[in-house]
Design a protein around this ligand. Structure first.
Ligand code: SF4
Length: 72
């Protein structure tokens, strides 16, 4: 059975290095060591991680994460 995928877009210039995304979805988001700016660990997370990825995007104080669901 095929399932929806997520298209995750990061706006590095908007990120204020709060770290909430990395705490919320640690398998998908991490922060650069030098300045704390977000980067993606997993560009195509499996469906079991989709809820936390969407949660991280909602919680980001800078609205630096966009998530689009691509229907299967
Ligand atoms: S939650 Fe938003 S502002 Fe904070 S590190 Fe992640 S992308 Fe950056």
């Amino acid at each position: 059975m095929s399932q929806a995928r997520l298209l995750i877009t990061i706006k590095e210039e908007e990120c204020c290095s709060s770290g909430i995304c990395a705490l919320t979805a640690p398998d998908v988001f991490d922060q650069r060591e030098e300045d704390g700016v977000v980067f993606l660990l997993d560009k195509d997370p499996e469906p079991s991680l989709h809820a936390e990825v969407k949660d991280a995007a909602r919680r980001c104080p800078s609205l630096a994460i966009e998530v689009e669901e691509i229907p299967a």
